[in-house]
Design a binder for this molecule. Sequence first.
Ligand code: ATP
Ligand code: MN
Length: 462
Amino acid sequence: MKRTKVKAVLQTAPEGQEVLVKGWVRTKRGNKYVTFIAVNDGSTIHNIQVVADMNLFTDESLRDITTGASVSVLGTLVQSQGKGQTVEIQARTIEVLGTADPETYPLQKKGHSLEFLREIAHLRPRTNTFGAVLRVRHAMAFAVHQYFNEKGFFYIHTPIVTASDAEGAGEMFRVTTLDPVNPPLTETGEVNFAEDFFGRSTNLTVSGQLEGEVVAMALSEIYTFGPTFRAENSNTSRHLAEFWMIEPEMAFYELEDNMDLAEDFLKYLVRYALDNCQDDLQFLNDMYDKELLNRLNFVVGNEFQRLTYTEAVEILKTAKQKFEYKVEWGTDLQSEHERYLVEKHFKKPVILIDYPKEIKSFYMKLNEDGKTVRGMDVLFPGIGEIIGGSQREEDYEKLVARMREVGVPEKEMWWFLDTRRFGTVPHSGFGLGFERLLLFVTGMGNIRDVIPFPRFPKNAEF
Ligand code: ATP
Ligand code: MN
């Protein structure tokens, strides 16, 4: 007989039909007449209740059915007598596929802290919390592709190993096959990367943007969705060393169009979660954050506040709140400032634009004032920056001038500069940190809890 997933079983009208379910035991309880076994197979946050009539089973035959054990249950689907569920399975046979010794199974008891669960990242998908988070994660990934597909954007795979270190000098992971003990040396005693696998020094990518721009100059509207790596030693609840980023890049888009897309995209994703992840979001709302659903609904239903960096600095300078870091025009805003604007001042998502050029990347388009660039950051409650983007500098001369100013190696970037030499057009794009999005949608407080196997300083065990 074919197995039915628990999610489907729970949606089936019970007419005493035969069903086969397989999954992991969450709880077992009962008395001498009957034993109740809650089985979960990850298809939904809900368990199916399996009822074992003790006229048919013995304590001995159910001995190995303990929390964490895997079982295969054959029985009939009936209306549930008890509260809390509509259907249940009257078991005919229960086969234990794998035992889980109660003495040593780490998830024997409920209610472990998220910190503890991080130490058993290989088992935490079996908890309600991580099951919910991982299902929402899947739904959001799917929605990303659906959104762009509906809009005629093409999904582009940009390289993971790159030679350009234009963006994040010093924050990159080196990729090499050279012997770390005895590397080949140049005449001046430096490691000779000409002898490395690619004949040059290479790194893991920090962003697919530059390659994305190249393809957007042919297919008009593209997006990337892949892993990115940053060796920044920031041990915060919002940074990972390996995270996933969605980077749309659009020919013929100006900053205004870019903002419209970012806002529409984020609202689409949140709406998709509300429509398709109700059970999981309700669980997360009840367990961790009673304001979660309100917040999600609020974001979907309200316009984002758009203002310039300069206006934001004025607001922050006259704010009553004491900040750890002082705000001056020209300094980068800290997370505390971003969150003040979003959570206290405007009480809604904010898009900040026109940043001082000194604190933004070389490729952003210079404004007429010569001081600011057409960058945009989308700031979200509880998170701060969720999206960073810009209109790109499409003028060859201006771009080169800017590269020289900040010391980006022109020679290595010849292929990128070619986009401005041949058929250049105004274009824009942005990067959405997938895990930052998930922080917002799930209401989890730490970015390490929205990715199955988090990578952060001193941690790559699982
Ligand atoms: P932040 O200032 O928060 O460190 P950033 O300005 O370095 O971020 P960008 O280079 O603009 O980030 O990257 C685009 C997006 O990628 C950010 O808006 C954020 O959502 C996400 N992001 C950046 N760094 C990380 C990280 N270390 N871990 C997870 N997400 C990140
Ligand atoms: Mn940024």
